[in-house]
Design a protein around this ligand. Structure first.
Ligand code: ADP
Length: 644
């Protein structure tokens, strides 16, 4: 005991000396000094800090001079935040340095893990400045490379990976390049809802009178496009068959999906593409299932989705899609190569056809030749503020609005295609959601569990919109409220237990604990916690409940209802407008071939996903993006492999 005390006194004294000398030396020595003797008090120390999805906890074990072990507890996004954490932990541990660079696209997770380890090291008595000044060598420098594959895919998000798998299934060797250090793009951090008319799963849901009315209104609505009129005729027949059958479950069909998609985009979408999307979305679900992807049996109405046809993956966020594709790619790695941190800059064009891609990786030149075709799947430009400002004509300035997008959504593919004279359509159509986290703009922390069981109230505690409406309608209404801010209000129906999780794998209790959601036994108490007028909130909920009971018509024209909000505990979560999806992009035909400004096919170039334009018109239905990227990713991969 005595010896231990003496030893620790010696250690502390020597530590003080060396810390003092470090501090003194830092001033004289050049900034990046790797010769500093970092001294710790041996032991295991804990530190924690805020990540993207909550608290990151680090347990750091140190000897006198080295970090010997780091274990971490966190709930960061699988495939993205967790990859960043692993990379940073390894660098910090191997180098006993805090100079680990932030992983691109995972800034919050990177900062969180560095801060958590820093906190633990402070407890260990470390000189933090000295550890930060100790540089980690960049071992990433690569040589120039030149490679050839049948199909080159630009972008490793949902559309690109679907295209890669599909191209391979159609006999091609494939090279996928992804500019970020990890695959996934916006897909992996999305809510992941996937729309497909699926009468099997929908047989579990009732059909309300208001929903019946919606179908009949769609059949009778005035339409001018001849193809859309045909859809109405088909829907009429399908509807009559359904009524004759005496079924009572929720009706749906690809035709209803088409009409809602087309009308929901103000009739601006390309009818051919809308048709392909709706007709192929269920077959693409089955294709994903054949690849090993699992969806729950329950379909729901996602925000702005207008109908209960959203399929929910069993795995959180978009991780299920990306893992499914990556499993396939891993199993076929001799024929599908993936190059991370490899950014496409331009197309190689020979005799008027696209035959490859000029790219770069860590400063090295990467030249890729395609025997058959190039698939552009580089996503949208939601994270590119300059491009948003350049094209936005429909919203007030979007300069200061945050985004749900990952940092790589910068519209590179659109700019690259313009150099080829590609037709670019609908660029002004930028989708905002009323569902951004007030701090980060991300979708995480969103407490809604589907459209039917929650209301929105403004800072005064009043409802202000049909919460089942289109996304643009809800966001415009939100922008007119005080501070463009609202509360999502719901009850136990959405969270039967306190550890029930939202779509982002966050339990309601963890959100409450982190101050990102509020919980109370009465609406009055909830109103007090969130600072809204209690009388207004109680009245808003009471009126809503009367409408659920069918006693009154909804003042905002809402048609989607399930349960009343009447069972404690009650919950509230704050939300603000956020940039979500860019509907504009390169124009494609039914084979996903890119068209030029004269409507001619650009040989060798295919595109799929958010980089394309023209499908969703002025407003994309919630749940249609995953269907779009899967359906057209699959088509683009097949077309490129078969040289269509
Ligand atoms: P989609 O839903 O259309 O698949 P995502 O955002 O999910 O769109 O994926 C697009 C992917 O393309 C992202 O991972 C992004 O980092 C990647 N990407 C964007 N620009 C480039 C580029 N110039 N080179 C390589 N990859 C890119």
């Amino acid at each position: 005991m005595k010896l231990k005390k003496i030893l620790s006194v010696i250690l502390v004294v020597s530590m003080l000396f060396s810390m003092a000398s470090c501090t003194a030396n830092t001033e004289q020595k050049p900034e990046n000094n790797n010769d500093i003797d970092t001294v710790f008090t041996p032991g295991t120390y804990e530190g924690e800090a805020e990540g993207f999805h909550g608290i990151i906890k680090a347990k750091v074990t140190v000897s006198e001079t080295e970090i010997t072990d780091i274990t971490v507890e966190h709930t960061e996004t699988a495939g993205l935040g967790d990859k960043a954490i692993d990379k940073i932990v390894l660098q910090i541990k191997e180098n006993t340095s805090l100079d680990a660079p932030i992983v691109s696209g995972a800034t919050y997770s990177s900062n969180g893990i560095i801060a958590a380890i820093t906190a633990a090291l402070k407890e260990a008595g470390a000189d933090i400045d000295a550890l930060k000044a100790k540089t980690i060598a960049d071992n990433n420098k690569t040589e120039d490379v030149e490679k050839t594959a049948d199909v080159i895919v630009i972008g490793g998000g949902g559309a690109g990976l679907a295209a890669a798998v599909s191209a391979h299934q159609n006999g091609a060797s494939v090279m996928v390049i992804e500019k970020m250090p990890q695959v996934g793009g916006n897909t992996i951090i999305s809510g992941a809802a996937y729309n497909a008319a699926d009468q099997g799963r929908q047989s579990l849901l009732p059909m309300t009178d208001l929903e019946k009315q919606t179908v009949e209104d769609l059949i009778d609505a005035e339409q001018s496009d001849s193809e859309v009129k045909e859809w109405q005729e088909t829907l009429k027949k399908e509807w009559e068959e359904y009524l004759d059958s005496g079924k009572t479950h929720l009706f749906d069909s690809p035709t209803l999906h088409k009409l809602q998609t087309y009308n929901g985009g103000d009739k601006l979408g390309d009818t051919k593409l809308v048709s392909i999307l709706a007709d192929n979305s269920l077959p693409a679900v089955e294709w994903l299932e054949d690849l090993g992807m699992k969806f729950t049996d329950h379909v729901f109405t996602v925000l702005g989705g207008l109908w209960s046809r959203a399929h929910k993956p069993e795995k959180p966020l978009g991780t299920g899609y990306i893992e499914t594709y990556m499993d396939y790619i891993d199993k076929n790695s001799s024929e599908i190569e993936l190059m991370l941190e490899t950014k496409a800059n331009s197309f190689i064009v020979e005799n008027g056809a696209v035959t490859g891609v000029n790219a770069e990786s860590n400063g090295a030149k990467v030249t890729l030749h395609a025997n058959k075709g190039v698939v552009l799947a580089s996503g949208g430009f939601g994270a590119n503020v300059e491009m948003r400002e350049q094209y936005n004509t429909l919203w007030p300035s979007l300069k200061d609005i945050k985004t749900t997008n990952h940092t790589g959504a910068t519209g590179d593919g659109i700019t690259m295609s313009q150099e080829l004279n590609a037709s670019i359509v609908g660029m002004e159509q930028i989708q905002l959601l009323p569902m951004g986290d007030p701090v980060t703009g991300s979708l995480s922390g969103n407490i809604e569990q589907g459209v039917q069981n929650r209301i929105f109230v403004n800072k005064e505690g009043n409802r202000f919109v049909d919460e089942g409406a289109r996304r643009d309608v809800m966001t415009k209404a939100l922008m007119e409220q005080t501070d463009s801010s609202m509360w999502v209000i719901l009850d136990k129906h959405s969270y039967p237990t306190s550890d029930t999780k939202n779509n982002f794998n966050e339990s309601i209790d963890s959100l409450v604990e982190a101050g990102r959601a509020f919980k109370a036994d009465t609406l009055e108490e909830l109103a007090k916690q969130i600072g809204v007028d209690a009388d207004n909130l109680v009245k808003a909920v009471e009126t809503f409940n009367e409408t659920v009971d069918g006693k009154t018509k909804d003042a905002f024209g809402r048609t989607l209802f399930a349960d009343k909000i009447d069972t404690a505990p009650f919950y509230a979560g704050a939300r603000v407008p956020t940039v979500h999806h860019t509907m504009g992009g390169v124009e494609i035909n039914e084979n996903s071939q890119v068209l030029d400004v004269n409507g001619q096919i650009i040989k060798g170039l295919y595109a799929a996903g958010e980089v394309t334009g023209g499908i969703h018109g002025s407003n994309r239905l919630g749940g249609n993006a995953l269907a779009d990227i899967t359906v057209f990713g699959r088509i683009a991969g097949e077309s490129a492999a078969l040289g269509k």
